[in-house]
Design a protein around this ligand. Structure first.
Ligand code: NDP
Length: 255
C-alpha cells in the first residue's frame, strides 16, 4: 500500500508553516492529499507558501498571520482553519525561536519568549484543537523538538529546556489522548538549513563544524525533517505514540 493510501485525508494545522521546516512539512503533507492551514507570525510568508502549495499539490490550503502564544488569536484561527479545510485531524507545531544567552546573562524576557513559543504554545494550540482532533479518526500531533531535546548547549539554556520540554509534553499528551485514538510524537532535527540557521550556514567554518559532527557527512534539509513528520502523521505510524524520532544524520549518535 502506498504512503498516500495510508494517510488520513483530514486537514492539518502547521504552525511555523511560513518558513523552513514548517513550510516543508505543510508541502509534504499536501503531497499526500492533506489540506493544510499554515499559521505563522510571518503572515506574508505563510500566505505565499499556502498559494504555492495549493498550486503544486492541488489541495485546499489556508493561512493565518498570528502569534501562536496569543490564545485569542489561536482560538480564532481554529475556527477559520476548520471552515477553510472542512476538517482538522492533525497538528504539526513547528513555530520556534532561539536566542543565544547563557545563564550568566539570561533575562526573564528571553526565557519567557523562548519557552512561550517553543513549548507553551504547543500546549494551548493542542487544547484549542481537542474537539476537532477527537472527532477525526487517525488524528495525530507532531511537536518539533531538536537535538537539544536530548543533549545540552551552554549558550542556549532556554532553548535546551524548551526542547526537552517538548519531549516530556509529548509523552504526557500521548498518555492522555491515546484512549481517544490521538497519537502524539516528536521529531528532533539536527542541523538543518533554514532561515533560523542562516547565519551559521553562511559561515563556512561553522557549517563545516556541523557537517563534521554528522556521520552522514552533511547538514539536513527541511525536506529531510518533513518526511519523518509525514510518516508520524500517517497511518503507517498507527501504533507509534509518545515517542521521539531523532533526524540528525547521526549527530547525537556519538560523543
Ligand atoms: P524558521 O525561522 O525558518 O521558521 C520558524 C517560523 O516560526 C518562522 O516563520 C517564524 O516567524 C515562526 N514563528 C516564530 N515565532 C512565532 C510565533 N510566536 N507565532 C507564530 N509563528 C512564529 O526556523 P526553522 O524552520 O529552522 O525551525 C522550525 C522548528 O524546528 C523550530 O521549532 C526550531 O526550533 C526547530 N529546529 C530547527 C533546527 C534547524 O537546524 N533549523 C534544528 C532543530 C530544531 P518569523 O520568521 O516571523 O519569526
Amino acid at each position: 500500500m502506498s504512503a498516500l493510501e495510508m494517510s488520513p485525508t483530514t486537514g492539518v494545522v502547521v504552525t511555523g508553516g511560513g518558513s523552513g521546516i514548517g513550510r516543508a512539512c505543510a508541502r509534504a503533507l499536501a503531497e499526500v492529499g492533506r489540506p493544510v492551514s499554515l499559521w505563522d507570525l510571518n503572515g506574508e510568508g505563510a500566505a505565499e507558501a499556502a498559494a504555492s502549495i495549493a498550486a503544486d499539490c492541488g489541495v485546499v490550503t489556508h493561512s493565518v498571520g498570528l502569534d501562536v502564544t496569543d490564545r485569542a488569536s489561536v482560538n480564532d484561527a481554529v475556527g477559520a482553519a476548520r471552515e477553510a479545510l472542512g476538517t482538522i485531524g492533525g497538528l504539526v507545531h513547528a513555530a520556534g525561536i532561539v536566542t543565544a544567552m547563557d545563564i550568566d546573562n539570561l533575562t526573564e524576557e528571553i526565557w519567557d519568549s523562548v519557552l512561550g513559543v517553543n513549548l507553551r504554545a504547543e500546549v494551548f494550540v493542542v487544547q484549542a484543537l481537542l474537539g476537532d482532533l477527537r472527532s477525526q479518526e487517525g488524528a495525530a500531533i507532531v511537536g518539533i523538538g531538536s537535538i537539544m531535546s536530548v543533549v545540552g548547549n551552554a549558550a542556549i539554556p532556554s532553548y535546551t529546556a524548551s526542547k526537552h520540554g517538548v519531549v516530556g509534553l509529548t509523552k504526557s499528551l500521548a498518555n492522555h489522548l491515546g484512549p481517544d485514538g490521538i497519537r502524539v510524537n516528536a521529531v528532533c532535527p539536527g542541523y538543518i538549513e533554514t532561515p533560523m540557521t542562516a547565519a551559521m550556514m553562511d559561515d563556512p567554518p561553522s557549517k563545516a563544524a556541523c557537517v563534521d559532527k554528522a556521520p552522514l557527512g552533511r547538514v539536513g534539509t527541511p525536506t529531510d525533517i518533513a518526511k519523518a513528520v509525514r510518516f508520524l502523521m500517517s497511518d503507517e505510524a498507527g501504533f507509534v505514540t509518545g515517542t521521539t524520532l531523532i533526524v540528525d544524520g547521526g549527530v547525537t549518535s556519538h560523543d
